[in-house]
Design a protein around this ligand. Structure first.
Ligand SMILES: [Zn+2]
Length: 317
């Protein structure tokens, strides 16, 4: 069965060109991370029970998985290191491992330490001896001491802080965003889902941007040999997305109509050569902003999908 858009792309956030549907794998992982976060931080009955049963006050990152551990604990245990790496501490006393917790916000110290048998030392204990410990090279001891006093709070307790929310509490949304990243944002994808656009138009635009409209050329690409002839022109041509939505006898008047309404002249570069009709001068600022956005996005919008804008032999982009 032909899939026009890959599931991995559909599950991306909408501003990255997906439909904003979270994949089941990511959803499941997010909930496991949340459960692990709760075990480490919450005082609920379940969290207290899990802590008492499995961690028993031991340094969390040194706990081994036993063969009789429950499925829930196994799942959570596999998330522990990730939770530690992605969280930090608002610390007063510093009763947590100096080497296995990310109290400096730049990663745990364990990989940088000289291996010794005293890696169970807490931050508080390390600070008492000014980090003068054999596991730390002499040149970093001073830096650690400075960082310790710089970040130490006046609080009487230590609180684990999730680094990816403003209130320091774990949320599934923040974790999902972190995993999916925020690279490749394209404003055009956010705009097509604006509330004033009918949903079916949004979906149609999305399919057009993704090259998922089954025009003849797209069907031919699937190795289905067909003879293509468009129905929109007096002189029929091959039916491609570019032809159907940009160049055809049907599309050209639509583009021309809206160009005229906005007072836009055809030019080789929309961003720098837009000329406004006198009546639209008051709208210049608004339109120029809009055209700036258009100018940035339009080339990607069309070129990504093998479409270039041209009219009467003049390239519009
Ligand atoms: Zn045509």
């Amino acid at each position: 069965m032909r899939k026009w858009v890959a599931w991995e792309k559909i599950t991306m956030p909408i501003e990255q060109g997906g439909l904003g549907i979270r994949s089941l794998n990511l959803t499941l992982k997010s909930f496991r991370m949340k459960a692990t976060w709760n075990i480490l931080t919450s005082s609920s009955l379940w969290s207290t029970f899990m802590r008492n049963k499995y961690t028993q006050g031991k340094e969390i990152s040194t706990i081994a998985l036993t063969s009789n551990a429950s499925k829930t604990w196994r799942d959570c245990w596999r998330c522990i290191q990730e939770v530690i790496d992605l969280s930090t501490w608002d610390y007063g006393p510093g009763n947590f491992s100096v080497t296995h917790e990310n109290w400096r916000k730049t990663g745990c110290l364990a990989p940088l330490c000289v291996p010794t048998d005293c890696d169970q030392i807490t931050l508080q204990e390390a600070a008492l001896v000014n980090f003068n410990l054999p596991m730390f090279p002499a040149e970093v001891q001073r830096c650690l001491m400075e960082e310790y006093y710089q970040n130490k709070s006046t609080s009487r307790t230590d609180t684990r802080i999730w680094m990816h929310t403003t209130d320091g509490k774990f949320t599934i949304k923040s974790y999902a965003q972190l995993i999916q990243g925020n690279q490749g944002r394209q404003g055009i994808f956010r705009k097509i889902w604006s509330s004033w656009i009918p949903t079916k138009v949004s979906f149609f635009s999305w399919k057009l941007l993704k090259g998922a409209i089954p025009v003849d050329a797209a069907i031919t690409k699937c190795h289905i040999p067909i003879v293509s002839k468009c129905l929109c022109c007096t002189q029929p041509a091959e039916e491609t997305s570019r032809h159907l939505f940009i160049q055809s006898d049907l599309a050209k008047p639509v583009w021309a109509h809206f160009n005229d309404l906005a007072g836009l002249a055809y030019a080789s570069n929309w961003r720098t050569h837009v000329t406004l009709q006198p009546a639209l001068k008051p709208l210049q600022k608004v339109l120029s902003d809009a055209m700036g956005t258009w100018g940035e996005e339009c080339p990607n919008f069309f070129l990504n999908y093998g479409i270039s804008l041209s009219h009467k032999g003049t390239n519009l982009l």
